[in-house]
Design a protein around this ligand. Sequence first.
Ligand code: SF4
Length: 549
Amino acid sequence: MAAAVPRLSSSAAASSSSTLNQPTLRRHKPSSSLPSSLRLPLQSSPSLSHRLTLRSSVPSLRLPCSAAAHQVSVFDTDDKPHEQCGVFGIIGDPDAAEMCYLGLHALQHRGQEGAGIVSSDGSALHSVTGLGLVSEVFPDASKLAPLVGSAAIGHNRYSTSGAASALANVQPFVAGYRFGQLAVAHNGNLVNYRSLRHELESKGSIFSTTSDTEVILHLIATSAARPLIARIVEACESLSGAFSLVFLTADKLIAVRDPHGFRPLVMGRRPNGAVVFASETSALDLISAEYVREVNPGEVIAVDVNDMLIATSYLLTRKPRKSCVFEHIYFGSPNSIIFGHPVHASRYNFGAALARESPAPGADIVIPVPDSGLFAALGFAGTSGVPFKQGLIRSHYVGRSFIAPNQEERDLAVKLKLAPVEGILAGKSVVVIDDSIVRGTTSSKIVRLIKNEGKAREVHMRIACPPIVGSCYYGVDTPRAEELISNRLGVDELRQEIGCDSLGFLSLESMKGAFGEGSHMLCDACFTRKYPVTAPEPLAAEVGDEAED
Ligand code: SF4
């Protein structure tokens, strides 16, 4: 029979700090040193060799639909796809937790709903996780104090579902099983999560979260392979979809990237010899780590804390590389190198190509939709000769301000975030550069803002990527296909809907040409619906819903 699952109140779930002592099978009961831990039998078999201890078992805390449906947040009006997580790992550094904290700061743009760090002191793992920004989860040094040791992994989480509010879904996850403790942080999305979970549950596994990442821990715990690296390889061979992973044990840091290489993962080294893994090089820069190279698609890299030896192997499964082009369009930090290309240069080149492909003759100025349209606007201006101006000022201090959903107030939500500069815009024919259009809900408000408040004469929208017609199943939060406006409207219909004087998108061919070397190895499924991994299953949150029935 399944063990009873104690439930934590929502207030108790606001943060979690645990010192996770080395578990042994003889200590298979909740201990005072594990305030939020549960030991869950991985299989219904009484065999002790199939037990896995998950750090937290807080049930999903879901916002009641009725409470959420009548509110619009400023955050939700940005009409962008959203990255789902950033990962970081470091080993061989006396200040591992502090470095991890800084690394997560540099990756904050990849997830704002929760953050966590797990450290290793060489014999036990220590965990602090919480809801909110890195600065909210770790408001002062005292929060880092429990995270002792010279190795650590960290995670920033993004999610729009109610389950995002559950502390149980905030990573890194920590599990105790028959060989010790194991922590994992995951960026990506597993498309075969449903079938893997069903298979594991049919054998008796009990899941504590609605996250697809938890299946990875169960697969590792049930693997008969030896040693740990072989178990991780065997588990990852079962996964389909996108996964850039960092694992931490008492003495090892392990990085794994899926065979397609959907999501980025890089390796670096600090001057003191510490080895670092991160979603983006911006995290390396902040801690003065030198960029060494990408973790290759399908590669498994393990670093031992005792001798700092690096062992590399590969998953047996080989796939054509399909790295997410949206990392260059929108997600990645402009100061990062992603898939071997500087992000700022890609965006500049996309804007330059857009100027050649879809010029705006007679325009007076080029302005970006800040911040993500900045480099593309510079490229457009540089190529077209039309002067670049900052005609919109973005407020960086707007949080989740909830407002009533009538049209006027929805426009106010955008105005809270973007302020037009009338002195720059008034009377001008303006080219507005944005990185993408998803639902189309924000573009019309921006046009109204520039025309009505900024008093521009004409607005010519130029989008530095092709029309988005497909949802993403590989770790990016996009609306369903029917909600994507380019699925419903052609370019001229969309222009009329938005209310601009002209509208142009960058073509796929021009985008790939502007990206340059390696463009044939990019995933472009949200523009083409040619999915590298087919038959995507319902996402993790949906599985959680079903599991509760
Ligand atoms: Fe990136 Fe789009 Fe492919 Fe998703 S479908 S991985 S967002 S290119």
